[in-house]
Design a binder for this molecule. Structure first.
Ligand code: MG
Length: 279
């Protein structure tokens, strides 16, 4: 009987001992803090979530437009379909003489380029343009216009984001719609058909210059064309030029200019133009 009791006690001890061996170790992260925590865990150098939280400056509140193409609350509206109060002739700064009808602005080729009264440095720009359904011509002579992201003088002086009917119209690729004229080939061709409205959303980083006029930092541009990225922080070599190599010319703040191109195709139209200045 005594022998049997000893056997039972030994068997129980063996089971308890096996259970202790089989029990998994408590992971380090789940160990309680306090006296049992290691010396390293209690030092002041242990990273905390708060170390990487930034609370200031608080971004300003901007009320977005009803749609993503409508101007947000802090936008400067350059054309809302009503008038050309924000625009003048590039040639002589007289009132702009393009045609406003039915909420749409149509190029008047005889009147020449128009530009904003205001000047800008860095900004976000939205505008919409339409090639007429009855467009004729080919190559660069088919719905040619342009958005000069900074107008640095008369005529076509400045930095042109090309506007052209590139739906089904072959031309040199650094001169098709969405190109930075003769510098930046668009990353894709998302053109809509003539007769349909198209959108440009642009982020322009103006070049900066030293006091002696030499270039300090180049211009950069990002462009979404109908929502498709076509220029991705593209670095410009200077002003866009029809003939010859680009070069920079000092400026600090400049108008935005729309091109009245001299080709004989039917004039194109614009609408819903707004800009947000960036510090
Ligand atoms: Mg053009």
């Amino acid at each position: 009987m005594k022998r049997n009791l000893i056997d039972v006690l030994c068997a129980c001890a063996a089971i308890v001992s096996m259970a202790l061996v089989a029990q998994p170790a408590v992971p380090r992260a789940e160990q309680p803090h306090g006296a049992a925590a290691s010396a390293q865990d209690t030092t002041s150098t242990k990273p905390k979530p708060e170390d990487t939280e930034v609370w200031e400056p608080v971004p300003k509140v901007v009320t977005p437009g009803v749609t993503c193409t409508a101007p947000p609350s802090d936008a400067i509206v350059l054309f809302d379909g009503k008038n050309l109060d924000e625009w003048v002739s590039n040639r002589d700064k007289s009132p702009a003489k393009w045609i406003v009808a039915d909420g749409v602005l149509t190029v008047n080729k005889a009147a020449g380029n128009i530009e904003t009264k205001r000047t800008f440095k860095n900004y976000q720009l939205h505008l919409e343009w339409k090639i007429p359904e009855n467009i004729t011509g080919s190559g660069q002579a088919r719905g040619n216009s342009g958005v000069f992201l900074a107008s640095t003088g008369p005529g076509d002086d400045g930095y042109e984001l090309q506007v052209l009917d590139s739906y089904n119209n072959k031309t040199y690729v650094n001169g098709q719609a969405g190109s930075i004229y003769k510098q930046g080939i668009p990353l894709a061709n998302p053109n809509r058909k003539p007769g349909e409205w198209q959108t440009y959303d642009v982020v322009w980083t103006a070049p900066t210059f030293d006091t002696d006029g030499s270039l300090k930092t180049p211009a950069y541009v990002t462009v979404f064309f109908n929502g498709v990225l076509v220029q991705n922080h593209f670095q410009l070599k200077g002003e866009t030029r029809y003939i010859g190599q680009p070069f920079y010319k000092m400026y600090t703040s400049a108008p935005i200019k729309l091109q009245a191109h001299g080709d004989h195709s039917e004039p194109i139209s614009f609408r819903n133009i707004w800009v947000r200045e960036i510090d």
